[in-house]
Design a protein around this ligand. Structure first.
Ligand SMILES: [Zn+2]
Ligand SMILES: [Zn+2]
Length: 292
């Protein structure tokens, strides 16, 4: 059981193309686990427009959240959200997505970048064919796009900051020194502090359900060493905290009801070690804090 009052700010309902979770089921599990709130953040990857009608996805998702909020009013806060991804591919549609919904929370994602002829969604690229040099170039492009997104786009939180790293390293066995990306990562974190954008700690990054075989070389206390990929987002959170960043959201990224609030106790324990005593959610796009 998780403690009363924590919020899962990243969940997918049946409105996402890759989830069949009924809104009632997600809310039921959230209540069972003692969460204070849950956000429906259905996929809105604007690079898939017009093959995927992202505008109807968000309209339906917002309606479902409002319906659930009425149904569970005394038990759970249900937030109207969207996972708006890959803005750079179609800024016009990204703007329309923002215009059509009364959102509580807009979560920004990078799921695709354009690099060396690859511009598909990261989950659809076979990185096992990449040389280490190409993999490093790809990750450089990934973090640059993250920096651009947090500098320019209208978002409340960054979803799964190191998503790209997890996919590049999965089933690779490779070892990559990520310290070369920390200048770009630090610039992005500074922008997030300046613009009051939250850092999401995504359960899929820090407690991956599929083993990530690759390792990263990074420094967590001034001394570079080889560490598992799932440590990266905690190092990013440590840097964000050191810069004065205090907006942390928890996200299960649940694509199935039972994964709502997944591994939050473990994640909160790690966040407390870094120095976070509070996390946050957004309501009507305004930040609200709660104690961890
Ligand atoms: Zn995502
Ligand atoms: Zn997601």
């Amino acid at each position: 059981m998780v403690k009363d009052g924590w919020f899962d700010c990243h969940c997918h309902t049946w409105n996402s193309p890759d989830s069949e979770s009924k809104p009632e089921q997600l809310c039921g599990i959230a209540i069972e686990k003692g969460l204070g709130g849950i956000a429906f953040t259905d996929h809105c990857n604007v690079n898939y427009w017009p093959d995927v009608d992202v505008l109807s996805i968000v309209s339906k998702s917002v309606k479902d959240a409002e319906r659930m909020q009425r149904e569970f009013a005394d038990k759970l806060t249900v937030l109207r959200g969207v996972e708006l991804g890959d803005h750079a591919y179609n800024p016009e549609i990204a703007r329309r997505v923002l215009d059509i919904g009364d959102y509580d929370i807009v979560v920004g994602s990078v799921h695709a970048v354009s690099c060396a002829g690859y511009d598909k969604n990261i989950s659809k690229i076979d990185f096992s064919t990449f040389t280490d040099e190409l993999a490093r170039g790809y990750l450089g492009a990934y973090f640059k796009e993250t920096l651009r997104m947090v500098s320019e786009e209208d978002i409340d939180a960054v979803a799964h900051f190191s998503f790209g790293v997890r996919y590049v390293m999965r089933a690779s066995g490779r070892v990559i020194d990520v310290t070369e990306f920390f200048d770009t990562i630090d610039m992005a974190l500074k922008e997030m502090v300046r613009r009051s954008i939250a850092l999401e700690i995504n359960a899929n990054n820090v407690v991956p359900r599929r083993a990530v075989e690759g390792h990263l070389i990074m420094s967590t206390d001034g001394e570079a060493r080889e560490l598992p990929v799932e440590k990266l987002d905690y190092e990013i959170a440590r840097r964000y905290h050191a810069m004065g960043g205090r907006l942390i959201t928890l996200g299960s990224d649940a694509h199935a009801p039972e994964r709502v609030g997944r591994d939050f106790e473990q994640i909160v324990a790690e966040l407390k070690k870094i120095g976070f005593d509070e996390a946050c959610y957004f309501q009507n796009r305004e930040v609200k804090f709660y104690t961890l």
